[in-house]
Ligand binder design. Structure first.
Ligand code: BG6
Length: 505
C-alpha cells in the first residue's frame, strides 16, 4: 500500500524502491567492483535505498557472506563517489549475502533460490528481486535457463517483481541480438527486461532532452535550414587495458558506436515526444534510428583506425598489436569515424559525423551542433577571417556543461570579429555533484522506471546500422595512427573532402 499522504509528483520526496534484493552475477568482475558496488553504497549514503534491501552476490568462489562483505566494503570504499561514512556501511553490511557456484551448477541455483526465499523472512524483501547480468554474453543462455528452471524469474510464483538487467554488448550483430532478445523474452516478461546503456544514465546526456524540449531558444534552429552538420566525439586516452579478449573480438564500432553514440545521435535528432513516458521517448528514438542512412560508398564515408605506439599524457603507450592478448595480425579497429545521414524533413542533407577511439590525446565526449554561416557578412573580409561556425557544444564529459560559441567584436578601434564562448558548467551552476550513471540506472531498475533503458527494437535497429559497416570492412586493414594523435589522417581527409574539419574537442 502506498502512503496516501504522499504525492508521487512531489519532487521534495526522493524516489525509493520497494523492499527488494539485487542479485549480481559476476560479482568478482571489473564492472561489479568498480561501478555497481560503489553505486550501491552511494545510493545508501544518499538515503535512496529501502531499509529492507539485500545485495546478493553470485560467483564461482568458495566465499561465505563475510568474505563477500569484505570484498564489497573494499571496493565500495575505493570507488565511492560520495564521502565515506562507516555508519552507512554498517547498516548495509548485514544485508550483503553470497552464494557460490558455477553457472551450470543446478545445486548452486537451487541454493540461490532458497536464499532468496529465506531473505523474505529474515530481511523482509518480499518476492522482489532484480538479477544483474554482469557476465560475458556467452554465459547469458545458461543463467537464463537456470532462472527459468528454478522459477526465480516467475513474478507470480515469487509473489513480487522479478527483473533482469542486461549489460551491453547486446549481441554482436542483428541476428545474435534477436536471438538474445527472444531468449530473454522467453524467461522474463518484456517490461521486466532492462538493457543497460550507461551513457543514458549520465546527467549530461539526459540534459540533451531538457535543453531541447524545455527551452524555446534552440528548437527553431534545430534543423537543416540552420544546421550545417553535427559532430559527435567520444575520445578516450586509455588503451584497451586488460580487455584484449573482449575488445579484439568486438572493435570500436560494436563496443561504443552501436550503443552509446547512436543513442546520443537519437537524443539529438529525435522529434519531441508527446510525453516523458518511457514508451513515448523510445518511440521517437526508434523513428530516428530507422531514418539513419549510411554513406553510399562505405569506404568513402567511414574510417577505421588502429593505434600504434606513441605518447599519451606524457607517458609512453604500447601499440595495439603489442598489447597482451592481441594477435599480431589483428585487424580490429580501435578508432572509427563515420558520416551518417538522417532521412527526414528535419535533417535531410545534414551530415552527422561520429568518431570514437582509444589512445587519443585526451578523454572527452561531446556533441557539437555546427550552425550554417551567416548568409551575408557586411564586414571587411579581413575582419571576419577568424570567424567560424556558430556552435552549440554539449560536453558530456569531463567538464560537464554546454558551450555556445558565436562571433563577437574584439574590443579596439577596428571591427575585428572573433568567436567567443558562453559557458555553462555543472560544477558552477549547481551546488550538488552529478550522480554516477550507475547510481541512477540501478535505482531506476529497482524502482521499475524504464525511461533510460533502450528497448529491444532500438537495440536491433542499431545493429541494422552497424551490420552493413562490418560487412564492408571485412578483410580490410584499419589505418594506423600514433597513440596520442586524433586518429588516422584519413579521418581528417574524409571531412576535408566535404569542406569541413573536426572540431578541436
Ligand atoms: C564502455 C566501453 O561501454 O564504455 C569501454 O565498453 C569504454 O570500451 C567505456 O571505455 C567508456 O565509458 P565512460 O563512461 O568512461 O565514457
Amino acid at each position: 500500500m502506498g502512503n496516501p499522504l504522499r504525492d508521487p509528483q512531489d519532487r521534495r520526496l526522493p524516489r525509493i524502491p520497494e523492499p527488494c534484493a539485487l542479485v549480481i552475477f559476476g560479482v568478482t568482475g571489473d564492472l561489479a567492483r568498480k561501478k555497481l558496488l560503489p553505486a550501491i553504497y552511494d545510493l545508501a549514503n544518499r538515503g535512496l535505498l529501502p531499509p529492507s534491501f539485500v545485495v546478493l552476490g553470485f560467483a564461482r568462489r568458495d566465499w561465505d557472506h563475510g568474505t563477500f562483505e569484505q570484498v564489497a566494503y573494499d571496493n565500495a570504499k575505493a570507488h565511492a563517489r560520495t564521502p565515506w561514512r562507516e555508519e552507512v556501511w554498517a547498516r548495509l553490511a548485514g544485508n550483503i549475502k553470497f552464494v557460490g557456484g558455477a553457472f551450470d551448477d543446478d545445486a548452486a541455483f537451487d541454493r540461490l533460490n532458497d536464499t532468496l526465499n529465506e531473505l523474505r523472512d529474515t530481511h523482509g524483501i518480499g518476492g522482489n528481486a532484480a538479477f544483474y547480468f554482469s557476465i560475458p554474453p556467452s554465459a547469458f543462455p545458461t543463467v537464463l535457463k537456470q532462472l527459468a528452471r528454478t522459477g526465480m524469474a516467475d513474478n507470480e510464483k515469487c509473489g513480487g517483481w522479478r527483473r533482469v538487467v542486461v549489460e551491453k554488448p547486446f549481441g554482436t550483430d542483428l541476428a545474435s541480438a534477436k536471438a538474445l532478445n527472444d531468449l530473454v523474452d522467453d524467461v522474463f516478461t518484456g517490461h521486466d527486461v532492462f538493457r543497460i546503456d550507461h551513457y543514458l544514465g549520465k546527467e549530461t546526456v539526459q540534459n540533451i532532452m531538457a535543453l531541447r524540449f524545455a527551452n524555446s531558444l534552440f528548437e527553431p534552429v534545430w534543423n537543416s535550414k540552420y544546421v550545417d552538420s553535427v559532430q559527435i566525439t567520444m575520445a578516450e586516452d586509455v588503451g584497451i587495458g586488460t580487455r584484449a579478449g573482449f575488445y579484439d573480438a568486438t572493435g570500436t564500432a560494436r563496443d561504443v558506436l552501436q550503443n552509446h553514440l547512436l543513442q546520443l545521435l537519437a537524443l539529438v535528432a529525435m522529434e519531441e515526444p508527446t510525453s516523458f513516458d518511457a514508451s513515448e521517448i523510445r518511440a521517437e528514438k526508434l523513428k530516428v534510428l530507422r531514418a539513419i542512412s549510411l554513406p553510399k560508398d562505405i569506404h568513402d564515408g567511414t574510417v577505421r583506425g588502429q593505434y600504434l605506439q606513441g605518447w599519451v599524457g606524457g607517458e609512453r603507450a604500447k601499440g595495439y598489436l603489442d598489447e597482451d592478448g592481441v594477435p599480431a595480425d589483428s585487424t580490429t579497429e580501435t578508432y572509427v569515424a563515420v558520416r551518417l545521414g538522417i532521412q527526414n524533413r528535419r535533417w535531410a542533407g545534414v551530415p552527422f559525423y561520429i568518431r570514437a577511439g582509444k589512445r587519443l590525446p585526451r578523454r572527452v565526449t561531446e556533441v557539437a551542433v555546427l550552425f550554417k554561416k551567416a548568409p551575408h557578412l557586411p564586414f571587411n573580409p579581413t575582419d571576419v577571417e577568424a570567424l567560424g561556425h556558430n556552435q552549440l557544444v554539449i560536453r558530456v564529459q569531463p567538464d560537464e556543461g554546454v558551450v555556445l560559441k558565436f562571433g563577437s567584436k574584439v574590443p579596439g578601434t577596428t571591427m575585428e570579429l572573433r568567436d567567443i564562448a558562453m559557458d555553462f558548467q555543472y560544477g558552477e551552476a549547481f551546488t550538488e555533484q552529478s550522480p554516477e550513471a550507475y547510481e541512477r540506472l540501478v535505482l531506476d531498475v529497482l524502482i521499475g522506471d524504464r525511461t533510460l533503458f533502450p528497448d529491444a527494437a532500438e537495440v536491433e535497429q542499431s545493429w541494422q546500422v552497424i551490420d552493413p559497416l562490418e560487412d564492408a570492412w571485412k578483410g580490410h586493414k584499419p589505418e594506423p595512427y600514433r597513440s596520442g594523435e586524433w586518429g588516422p589522417r584519413a579521418s581528417d581527409e574524409m571531412l576535408a573532402r566535404e569542406g569541413r574539419h573536426w572540431r578541436r574537442a
